[in-house]
Design a protein around this ligand. Structure first.
Ligand code: ADP
Ligand code: TYD
Length: 211
């Protein structure tokens, strides 16, 4: 993994995984464990403008946007998040913990339409250009994760209603990404008690920091 000495300013950590895998729970727990050092944020969203774009993305008819428009909206929200929240916090030496980042676009949008993956990558290179220092991929069976997610009834279910087959393809996509970037992405078994998962994540984070 990238050595802490090679970093400028703070530490950038992302949590990824399929819907209902427990990312938000674990992102919150790591932030709580780090106290004042942590800035907890999320995507889509994480800044006022990006949160407005979030509503356009997560609510309403699954077919409301073309795949291309959807990629542009996620990238626009991410650019705002980067400018307004992530970069300033990293410059202030914080540990930025984001619930989802660019891996989600690679996998959700690049899986729904594999032919659009090059567009996702090009837009990322052009408009975002950064990766987290460390990513925790919370991995688990889609059926169990989906049951947790839908039980929440949050109204933000535009993607969750896409079904178990889609979630299975997402899981495979995330695991492939982790295999391709083993120095950055750490795969965590999400089918355990929340406190056990949190302990493993905190331990991995601290080990990474001192490495
Ligand atoms: P995500 O952000 O990945 O969609 P959440 O953290 O919001 O997932 O968790 C989805 C639901 O599952 C929530 O109701 C949460 O309380 C519950 N949950 C989270 N982690 C666990 C776990 N390890 N075991 C059982 N339930 C969990
Ligand atoms: P999120 O709030 O993390 O949902 P959940 O807690 O259910 O995992 O994200 C909202 C939805 O947006 C989620 O279904 C995944 C999707 N999404 C993408 O399709 N592409 C992206 O780039 C991001 C950041 C999220």
């Amino acid at each position: 993994m990238q050595s802490p000495d090679a970093r400028q300013g703070g530490v950038f950590v992302s949590f990824e995984g399929i819907d209902g895998s427990g990312k938000s729970t674990q992102a919150r727990r790591l932030a709580a464990a780090l106290g004042d050092r942590a800035v907890l944020t999320r995507e889509p969203g994480g800044a006022p403008g990006a949160e407005e774009i979030r509503r356009l993305l997560v609510e309403g008819d699954p077919a409301r946007w073309s795949p291309e428009t959807e990629i542009l909206l996620f990238t626009a929200a991410r650019r705002d998040h980067l400018e307004r929240t992530i970069r300033p916090a990293l410059a202030a030496g914080k540990v930025v913990i984001t619930d989802r980042f660019a891996d989600s676009t690679r996998i959700y949008q690049g899986t729904a339409r594999a032919s659009l993956r090059p567009l996702v990558d090009d837009l990322h290179a052009l408009m975002i250009g950064v990766e987290p220092d460390l990513t925790f991929l919370i991995d688990m069976e889609p059926e169990a994760a989906l049951a947790r997610g839908l039980a929440r009834q949050s109204g933000e279910d535009r993607f969750e209603t896409l079904g178990a087959d889609f979630q299975r393809a997402l899981r495979t996509g995330f695991l492939d990404l982790a295999r391709a970037a083993p120095d950055r992405i750490c795969v965590i078994d999400g089918a355990r008690a929340p406190e056990m998962i949190a302990a493993e994540i905190a331990e991995t984070f601290h080990a990474w920091e001192v490495a």
